[in-house]
Design a binder for this molecule. Sequence first.
Ligand SMILES: Cc1cc2nc3c(=O)[nH]c(=O)nc-3n(C[C@H](O)[C@H](O)[C@H](O)COP(=O)(O)OP(=O)(O)OC[C@H]3O[C@@H](n4cnc5c(N)ncnc54)[C@H](O)[C@@H]3O)c2cc1C
Length: 378
Amino acid sequence: MQEQVAIIVGAGTSGLAIAACQSQQSIPYIILEREDCIASIWKKYSYDRLHLHLAKELCELPYMSFPASYPKYVPKNMFTQYLDDYVSHFKISPMYQRNVESAEYNEVSKRWFVKARNASSGEVGIYCAKFLVVATGETTNPYIPEVEGLNTFTGEVLHSTQFKSGKDFKNKNVLVVGSGNFGMEIALDLANHGAKTSIIIRSPIHILSREMMDFARILVKYLKPSLLDSLVVMLSKLVYGDLTKYGIRRPTEGPFYMKRMYGKYPLIDVGTCKKIKSGEIQVLPAEILNIRGNDIIFKNGKSHPFDTIVFCTGFKRSTNLWLKGDDYLLNEDGLAKPNNPNHWKGKNGLYCVGLLQRGFYGASTEAQNIANDIKSIM
Ligand SMILES: Cc1cc2nc3c(=O)[nH]c(=O)nc-3n(C[C@H](O)[C@H](O)[C@H](O)COP(=O)(O)OP(=O)(O)OC[C@H]3O[C@@H](n4cnc5c(N)ncnc54)[C@H](O)[C@@H]3O)c2cc1C
């Protein structure tokens, strides 16, 4: 077992950001990553039409800007190219296919002991370090809810991470379950490719445009958060109107309050609303009761036949399954506790990045704070 100064778990964008910050401060580290590539959510587990939702200046990782030629909303392939360049520039070499199964602090040696299974050999390696940085993201393990009769469904069942493009679904009846950003954009892609698309939208949601997000970004420096929320909701009402007749309700709490408090993102609409209004995407307001063959029966008593179901039902966080002694830092969902003033810093040299301020911008700021903190006590 080799002793390290710092172990980073996860080579998503947050892991890369902290790696670059540590390099800049000459803090040695290793990265353990369970996949065979960096940023797997972008490289392997997302659909083709994906663009960054926020303007590019909000999505840069520390110490390296996007090339000037990049468009304002960077497409997935350009973003992954930027990440590859980032890795080369900062000479980041994650140890791939290392699934961390446990991490525990030893009070006697004052070190973190991390066990990671090598996916190709099956061997478990033990690594120890003074500092442990958790960068395992919110999108860890794909989650599909239990639905009675799902095993009898005669069509195709996908999780959003398996969906690439709507082009394979022309004229098919497709049900999208889940109305987060993944669900809404996948529904749009399906409709654009001629699929007969339905989406279940149960909970109230805030729908904002990219322009509203830009506007909010400028005003955030000048307005109280509650005022900003009210203003953005007013704009959303002006632009999108009353959506209740399409089965979409707005929450009573503001969009940025909800993001801050519960990590719930507003929907950044890139065209789905227009398709809902035109009837090209049908909103189904009720949950699935059960499935019989290719018929899906809903809790409001209606039933419809479908060829495909795409579950955009998110992910189950898993940090709390392997990280011992994290309760000061993380809540039971594996998210950083918002009330901790330095929410990225736990006890005994434990840190987390990307588990509260979850966009690239927030994670980059956290990464810089963490590297400064480690440097000051290493
Ligand atoms: C459609 C969409 C558009 C988005 N657009 C934007 C945008 O425009 N701007 C923005 O700022 N944010 C955007 N986001 C959010 C952004 O993608 C996430 O905030 C970001 O990917 C999180 O990165 P991360 O490194 O924290 O987590 P992840 O990307 O999930 O990386 C975590 C890594 O940890 C690894 N890992 C997990 N568990 C283990 C383990 N036990 N052992 C070893 N490795 C492990 C995983 O394999 C993964 O590589 C968007 C998200 C989506 C879904």
